[in-house]
Design a protein around this ligand. Sequence first.
Ligand SMILES: CC(C)(COP(=O)(O)OP(=O)(O)OC[C@H]1O[C@@H](n2cnc3c(N)ncnc32)[C@H](O)[C@@H]1OP(=O)(O)O)[C@@H](O)C(=O)NCCC(=O)NCCS
Length: 172
Amino acid sequence: MGTRVLVRQVRAEDAARFVELAGLSSGLHRPWVNLPASAEEFREYLARFDQVAAVGMVVCRREGGDLAGTVNINRIVRGSYQRGVLGYAAFLPFAGRGYLTEGVGLAVRYAFEQLKLHRVEADIQPGNAASIKLVRRLGFRREGFSPGFIKIDGVWRDHERWALTSEDEHVY
Ligand SMILES: CC(C)(COP(=O)(O)OP(=O)(O)OC[C@H]1O[C@@H](n2cnc3c(N)ncnc32)[C@H](O)[C@@H]1OP(=O)(O)O)[C@@H](O)C(=O)NCCC(=O)NCCS
């Protein structure tokens, strides 16, 4: 797998297309994630990725190179944890084609093999069926449930805690 997409670092030159696709996809993304809706918000978003605590990537179609979505490894903690937390979203019109499963899988491989993390996690709202299906396909296990875990759009939302460790059998 990983044959139809690649993942690479998100960069300043992506701003216009990223913001355009995020705007077109806002109906798909709410209330699960908020992506930058303007050039200014995109600059702030980019600044979060210092390559130490957070790595921001885009999922690109190999054919044509357009942005199929985004995948980030956030909240990287070293020391005795060696963990990171995934964030991801598909861009319309590329949702529902398997690109994000491939792209998130490549990001997981990057996390284990290049960043040498031991654990990647995904915090997912219980109603987010598409996201739960995606991590299941990649071999993640549900480790727990945290009520009111993350504030999104001004509301503290419950999240399921999904994770994969480098010893686990995973797809990529
Ligand atoms: C979560 C999210 C990224 C999943 O995106 P997605 O497009 O469903 O994921 P994929 O790109 O891997 O596509 C998988 C679907 O494509 C289908 N598909 C179609 N053609 C395919 C192909 N050639 N290969 C593989 N899958 C294919 C699969 O059957 C699957 O559909 P199913 O889950 O109904 O069975 C997307 O719904 C999204 O952006 N949601 C909002 C943001 C969000 O929730 N982020 C996560 C927060 S925790």
